[in-house]
Design a protein around this ligand. Structure first.
Ligand SMILES: [Zn+2]
Length: 169
C-alpha cells in the first residue's frame, strides 16, 4: 500500500483540487483492492504528516481513516459509502468515534479522543463527508474550541497540525 501517495491525494482532496483520473482510480479501485481483504487496516507505525511533522501511535490511525474518507468523498462523490463497503466501514467507524466522545464521554460535539485526533478529523467534518452529521456545524463548534483555547486546546498544541486543520498552513 502506497501511503505516501495516499497522503498526497489526501492533501489535494482537502484543498478541493480536482482529482485526476489516475488518482480516482487509486482511491476507488487500488486502495480497496489492497486493503479490504485484510481484517484490519495496516496502519503505518509512524508517518510524516503532509504538514511536515511526524506522527506516531493512535493519531496515525485517525489520520489514515480520515484521509481515506476524504479521498473517497472527493473521488467517488457524496454517495461513496453506499457504493463501497470498504469506505462505508471506515466512515461509520469514524462517525461512531465522534458519537462516542459526545454521548458516552460527555465531550463537546465534533471532538474525537484527543486534541490531535480532533484536529485531524476537522477537514472531514468541514467537507461534510460523514452523512450522519451536519459536518459544517460540528466543524464550527470545533473551530470555536480551538480559537477560545477550550477543552483540550487550553494547553500547548501542535501548531503545524493546528494550522493545517484550520486551513492556515
Ligand atoms: Zn486521539
Amino acid at each position: 500500500m502506497d501511503f505516501a501517495r495516499l497522503w498526497l491525494i489526501g492533501e489535494r482532496a482537502r484543498k478541493r483540487i480536482r482529482l485526476t483520473p489516475e488518482e480516482r482510480k487509486f482511491v476507488g479501485e487500488i486502495v480497496p483492492a489492497e486493503l479490504s481483504p485484510l481484517p484490519s487496516l495496516p496502519y503505518p507505525a509512524k508517518v510524516r504528516h503532509p504538514a511536515g511533522f511526524s506522527l506516531s501511535g493512535a493519531p496515525v490511525r485517525t489520520l489514515t481513516r480520515s484521509t481515506l474518507v476524504l479521498c473517497a468523498f472527493r473521488a467517488l462523490g457524496p454517495k461513496y459509502d453506499a457504493e463501497s463497503g470498504f469506505y462505508h466501514r471506515i466512515a461509520a467507524d469514524l462517525a461512531l468515534g465522534i458519537m462516542r466522545a459526545n454521548f458516552h464521554q460527555g465531550e463537546p460535539k465534533g471532538t474525537f479522543c484527543c486534541a490531535q485526533c480532533t484536529l485531524i478529523i476537522l477537514p472531514v467534518l468541514e467537507a461534510g463527508a460523514l452523512r450522519w452529521f451536519d459536518g459544517r456545524a460540528l466543524a464550527d463548534d470545533v473551530r470555536r474550541l480551538v480559537e477560545k483555547k477550550q477543552w483540550r486546546f487550553s494547553g500547548t498544541t501542535n501548531r503545524p497540525l493546528q494550522n493545517w486543520a484550520l486551513g492556515q498552513g
